[in-house]
Write a protein that binds this ligand. Sequence first.
Ligand code: HPA
Ligand code: ZN
Length: 326
Amino acid sequence: NRLVEFANKLPKAELHIHIEGSLEPALMWRLAQKHNITLPFESVEAIEHAYQFEDLQSFLDLYYQGADVLRDEDDFYTLMWSYLCKCHEQKVVHTEIMFDPQTHTARGIDFSIFMEGFKKAIAQAKQEFGMSVYLILSFLRHLSEQSAFDALYQAKPYYEMIKAVGLDSSELGNPPEKFEKVFAEAKSLGFKRVAHAGEEGPPSYIWGAIELLDVHRIDHGVRSSEDLALIEYLRKHEIPLTVCPLSNVKLCVVGSMQEHNILSLLSQGLLVTVNADDPSYFGGYLNENYAAIIENLDISERQVKQLIVNGFRASFLPDAAKQQWI
Ligand code: HPA
Ligand code: ZN
């Protein structure tokens, strides 16, 4: 497919990727053996086979279980380095990566263990590939606001490595207002802000993320199409949506790729971007997400180009660096 080739070859930015969601089954298997952990799977193929989800929660259960094999600094280095090599292969020249500190600190793994591993891999990617890499410290919304505050303060020695805070995990029942104070504190510390909203949750959660958390971007946001006033607001204020097509199909947020509303959102003038979310669990990295929409939707070359340019526009890169890619 000519358009798939076209998208593969262009320099791209990725804005919605969870590093723990880039843990490939083969690496999970190898780390389980290294640490003498018994996985509830018989083989690498059995892990791959288990990746069939009916909703967000059924995925999150496996995703947190999978992350349990990440134990020492070298594990986190290898995880990050593997993802950054994939970026290099796929012409992702800038990436803003979410990580879930509470998933690790809750298991007794200190902030320094994962941050030092990430730091080494990121320095190597900057040096060898000339990539730019930002980190987004993401709070788990099924946990308390106090736990989010703890994560924010434990990160203090690493603030210069972190560009933004985010909000992920189980959306329904954990609305943005639960985290209003910790986002205000993050803002006063100088961090940018993003939040998952409108993936499974209603448009009111997107309004909440905007009005109470003062976010720069909405992660997912596909349910904004249910609220015309919200669409108008997102358009007028150029608030980006980081849409993840393969994720939405795998988690049954949409019925099929053919029914995905990404082009409808784009043609309504929203700053829509394409992203992988959890590539190892959802069947592909950034290029596979482009391929999926190109092969299943009636998309033009101009629209593919627009989505790619939007990735840079919606990024936290300084304007001069954005200009280089737009
Ligand atoms: N939604 C919410 N939490 C997540 C996701 C997601 O798509 N991926 C990893 N954590
Ligand atoms: Zn996500």
